[in-house]
Design a protein around this ligand. Structure first.
Ligand code: AMP
Ligand code: MG
Length: 345
C-alpha cells in the first residue's frame, strides 16, 4: 500500500485533505492525524473492523484499550452512562486539551475499543486539524499513538512514516506536536478520582476543579500492577540502551566527564543546555532545552530518542528531573524508555 502524506497548514485551502481523511475513516480505513500530544492512528471508533486494524498495524497487545477522540463535549452523551457534575466543570475548563477521562461506557462503544471492559477513555484534542477531521468524519475517532507498539511515540508526520509506511493509506501532517507527551489519563468511574497515566496536567492542575485526585499506586512503585493496561508494557524504547541520570549541574558534569573518558562506545548525550559545556566537539549532543522550561523537554523528548536511533548510537545518557508538575509525566516516559535504568549522580 502506498502511504500518502498531506500537509495541512492552511485550513481553508487544505480543506480537501481533511475531507479525504474523514472519508477514509468513514470507510473503516486508518489515517494518522496530528494532535497536540503526539500523532494518533485514527479509525472509526464505532466500528470493530476498523479498530481491529489499529491493533494489527501497531502490533498493539489486545488487552490495551483505545482512547476515543471527539470534537465537541456534546458528543460525549452517546458514548457514556453518566457525566458527574464536577467532571463536567473540569471538562468545560480543560477540554479541548491533553486530558483523557475514563467513564462507564454506553452500548454503542464496541468491546474492541475498551479491550472487553465496561469503561471507555475519551479525549477532545485541542489540535484544530484533529478536531476538524473528527467533526467531518461524524464518528468518534479511536486513536492510539501512531507508532509501532513499544517504540517512542511519534511527534511529527515523518516519525509516523518511519514506523507505518506501506501499512496505512494516509498521514495528515499538521506540524510537530506542541506538547510532545501523551495525555493525562483520569479515571472518574470511582472515587477518589485516579490519575492512571501522568501527562501535561498533574494532580494539582486537576484539583483546581475536583475535590480530590490521587495517583494510581502503580505510578509510585514499579512493582505494583497498573490499572491502566497500557502502563504495564515495554514502552517508548529507543533501539540503543539507555540510562537516566539525575543530579545537580556539578553531579551531572562530573559523571559525564568520567563516563566519556572511560568508553569508546558511540553515545548520545541528552542534556540540558546548562550542562552541555561538559561535552567535547565530536560528542553527540541532543538538547533538552533549559531546566527552567520543562515544556520544551517534553516537546522534544520522543524526537530526541528517535534522533539518537537514526544516528545509530549504542547508548543514550539522558538527564532526568524531579517528579513535580509535568516532570512526573516526563519521568514516567523516561523510566520506561530506559527500563528503569535511573541513577542519582
Ligand atoms: P495510547 O493511546 O497508546 O497513548 O494509550 C492510551 C492509554 O489509555 C493506555 O495507557 C491505555 O491503557 C489507557 N486506557 C484506554 N482506555 C482505558 C480504560 N478504559 N481504562 C483504563 N485505561 C485505559
Ligand atoms: Mg502509545
Amino acid at each position: 500500500m502506498e502511504t500518502e502524506i498531506l500537509k495541512v497548514d492552511n485550513l481553508k485551502s487544505n480543506y480537501k485533505y481533511i475531507e479525504k481523511a474523514a472519508d477514509l475513516i468513514r470507510k473503516d480505513e486508518l489515517v494518522a492525524i496530528p494532535t497536540e500530544t503526539v500523532y494518533g492512528l485514527g479509525a472509526n471508533g464505532l466500528s470493530s473492523e476498523a479498530c481491529k486494524k489499529i491493533f494489527e498495524v501497531k502490533g498493539r497487545p489486545q488487552d490495551n484499550p483505545l482512547i476515543l477522540h471527539i470534537s465537541e463535549i456534546g458528543e460525549l452523551d452517546n458514548l457514556i452512562l453518566e457525566l458527574p457534575e464536577d467532571v463536567k466543570i473540569l471538562l468545560e475548563n480543560l477540554w479541548p486539551g491533553p486530558l483523557t477521562v475514563i467513564f462507564n461506557k454506553s452500548k454503542i462503544v464496541p468491546l474492541v475499543v475498551t479491550a472487553g471492559g465496561k469503561t471507555v477513555a475519551i479525549r477532545m484534542p485541542s489540535h484544530i486539524v484533529a478536531r476538524k477531521i473528527i467533526k467531518a468524519s461524524k464518528v468518534p475517532v479511536a486513536a492510539p499513538s501512531a507508532n509501532i507498539s513499544g517504540r517512542p511515540s511519534p511527534t511529527t508526520a515523518n516519525d509516523v512514516y518511519e514506523d507505518l509506511k506501506g501499512k496505512i493509506p494516509l498521514i495528515i501532517d499538521g506540524g510537530q506536536s506542541s506538547i510532545g507527551i501523551e495525555s493525562t489519563v483520569l479515571d472518574v468511574t470511582e472515587k477518589p478520582y485516579t490519575i492512571l497515566r501522568p501527562g501535561f496536567y498533574d494532580k494539582d492542575d486537576l484539583e483546581e476543579y475536583l475535590a480530590e485526585v490521587v495517583y494510581d499506586n502503580s505510578l509510585l512503585s514499579k512493582d505494583i500492577i497498573p490499572k491502566s493496561p497500557g502502563q504495564k508494557y515495554k514502552h517508548y524504547a529507543p533501539k540503543a540502551s539507555m540510562e537516566v541520570i539525575i543530579g545537580d549541574n556539578k553531579g551531572v558534569k562530573d559523571y559525564i566527564n568520567n563516563y566519556s573518558k572511560n568508553t569508546n562506545r558511540k553515545i548520545a548525550y541528552l542534556l540540558f543546555e546548562e550542562n552541555s559545556s561538559v561535552l567535547k566537539e565530536h560528542d553527540i549532543f541532543l538538547s533538552l532545552g533549559s531546566k527552567d522550561r520543562l515544556n520544551e523537554m517534553a516537546h522534544n523528548l520522543f524526537r530526541n530518542l528517535r534522533l539518537a536511533d537514526k544516528l545509530k548510537v549504542e547508548h543514550i545518557i539522558c538527564e532526568g528531573i524531579e517528579e513535580k508538575g509535568i516532570g512526573i509525566g516526563i519521568m514516567n516516559r523516561l523510566k520506561k524508555s530506559s527500563s528503569y535504568n535511573i541513577r542519582r549522580v
